[in-house]
Design a protein around this ligand. Structure first.
Ligand code: PNW
Length: 459
């Protein structure tokens, strides 16, 4: 300390895994190369007005061609793992069910490059870029068929790549591609539909069912020791104060607010509150389907960004209510990105306590910041350093108290195509110059490197 070196605090468990995440459509580009066919995001981003400045992922950050450079960058930063997603329509370009070897080859090369650099590959099968042919043929997730073709694809990937992977995530964030893709709530995602509540509930059911069938297919076709889970943005529930009443209310809020997604996966039934509020529009399903949904998983990934405050509320029938963030509440550079670092403690704790989740990974956490290089080409994103540091301190508390948090993936390795916001929002710890596609580590990358090196949050 006397020398002015960073003081160490919050040491993490010795085997804690540090990484970064991306998703195929947001980084790959090469939208029509080597046999890839369009996904719903290719189609949607060509709809006038759907994306900021009518931008699209045709080129994105060109990760498809620059993956070697990107793996070298990860290595320089000291990353121990990389969570990427697979573009399904590269693997199965049409409804015929014949895999495209060139599509698979890209992921083989990526995974081999990562392993050669001693970086664990963690693969997400579905991060929203549904093949357009599933929409054209049977209406995407509106159909049960979508769950079946998803499971076929999952089994195929597990058989082909399973022995080189550290883990597989079936689906990333149900809410985002269903509640924002099948209903127009203002911020519209692909496929950009506006279906009735009954069809939305049915699509939600087909997606969790697809997850369950995929878990079974991966277990049947992949190596025995391949770990399988999913990545979900739970409502990031936080008790308004740390009292037994508010904590108990928060657990109940988690179960009910996740009533159509994580609750059936862990409990084998939809939350009664969800079914009651859906009424006649509730999903139709069989017991066998529900059993598949509840197939045991090895870990759960939590994407944690913004808090939902919960309080014990005896004036309501269910005993709890959510509390709005007041005016002036701090935010990062996204309309929904309110800052509440204790999500990193309460998310894992509530999930562990509520469902006895075996292992928990933070599969995304990070923030948008309006970054710009200075005259010396440095990006001094002090806002993101603050955001990450505060969140990691609370994550440390969860680990320290024995909740089973095993790893953390920052969102994101680099700036990328931020869905409806196009390239106008920057989430990377590395800056991307969209003229030259050059990557430059930001101050936050240097900060995060230090965290990994010391396995502790440095002050
Ligand atoms: C996640 N919300 O999306 C996704 O998994 C990423 O692909 C995305 O780039 C990242 O977070 C940042 O947006 C979210 O409204 C989208 O709370 C919306 C919300 C949360 C996460």
């Amino acid at each position: 300390a006397a020398s002015g070196a960073a003081r160490l605090f919050c040491p993490f468990p010795a085997d804690f895994l540090w990484g970064a995440a991306t998703a195929a459509y947001q980084v790959e580009g090469a939208w029509d190369e080597d046999g890839r066919t369009p996904s719903v995001w290719d189609t949607f981003s060509r709809r006038s007005g759907a994306i900021a400045f009518d931008q699209n992922g045709d080129v994105a950050t060109d990760h498809y061609h620059r993956y070697k450079e990107d793996v070298a960058l990860m290595k320089r930063l000291g990353l121990q793992s990389y969570r990427f997603s697979v573009s399904w329509s590269r693997i199965f370009p049409d409804a015929g069910g014949v895999p495209n070897p060139k599509g698979l080859d890209f992921y083989k090369r990526l995974v081999d490059e990562l392993r050669a650099a001693d970086i664990q590959p963690w693969m997400t099968l579905f991060h929203w870029d549904l093949p357009q042919w599933t929409e054209d043929r049977f209406g995407g997730w509106e159909s049960r068929d979508c769950a079946r073709v998803f499971a076929d694809y999952a089994g195929y990937m597990a058989a082909q790549l399973g022995d080189r992977l550290s883990g597989v995530f079936t689906i990333n964030e149900f809410m985002c591609f269903l509640d924002k893709g099948y209903v127009d709530t203002g911020e519209l995602f692909a496929p950009g539909k506006n279906v009735c509540p009954r069809l939305l509930n049915q699509a939600r059911h087909h997606a969790v069912y697809g997850h369950g069938l995929a878990v079974q297919a991966i277990r049947a076709s992949g190596p025995q020791d391949l770990k399988v889970g999913l990545a979900e943005n739970i409502p990031n529930i936080v008790p308004i104060l740390e009292t037994p009443e508010h904590i108990a209310a928060t657990r109940e809020a988690l179960r009910e607010l996740s009533g159509m997604y994580l609750t059936p996966i862990f409990e084998g039934r939809y939350h009664p509150g969800y079914l009651e509020s859906a009424g006649a529009d509730a999903p139709v399903f069989t017991d066998d389907e529900m059993a598949a949904i509840a197939s045991p998983i090895d870990f759960v990934g939590l994407n944690l960004y913004a808090p939902t405050y919960v309080r014990h509320d005896p004036s309501t029938a269910r005993g709890w209510s959510t509390v709005e963030n007041g005016p002036g509440y701090p935010k990062m550079d996204m309309p929904w990105l309110a800052v509440g670092p204790s999500i990193m403690y309460w998310g894992p704790r509530m999930v562990a306590e509520t469902w006895n989740a075996p292992e928990i990974y933070i599969t995304e956490n990070g923030c948008a910041n309006p970054d710009r290089p200075n005259a010396s080409n440095e990006i001094q994103d002090v806002g993101r350093v603050m955001y990450l540091q505060e969140h990691l301190i609370h994550l440390h508390r969860a680990a320290d108290e024995g909740y089973p948090v095993k790893g953390y993936f920052v969102w994101s390795l680099m700036d990328n195509f931020e869905w409806a916001f196009g390239y106008t929002k920057r989430f990377g710890i590395c800056y991307v110059n969209y003229e030259t596609l050059e990557r430059t580590p930001k101050l936050s990358a240097e900060f995060y490197s230090g965290v990994i090196r010391r396995n502790a949050v440095g002050g």
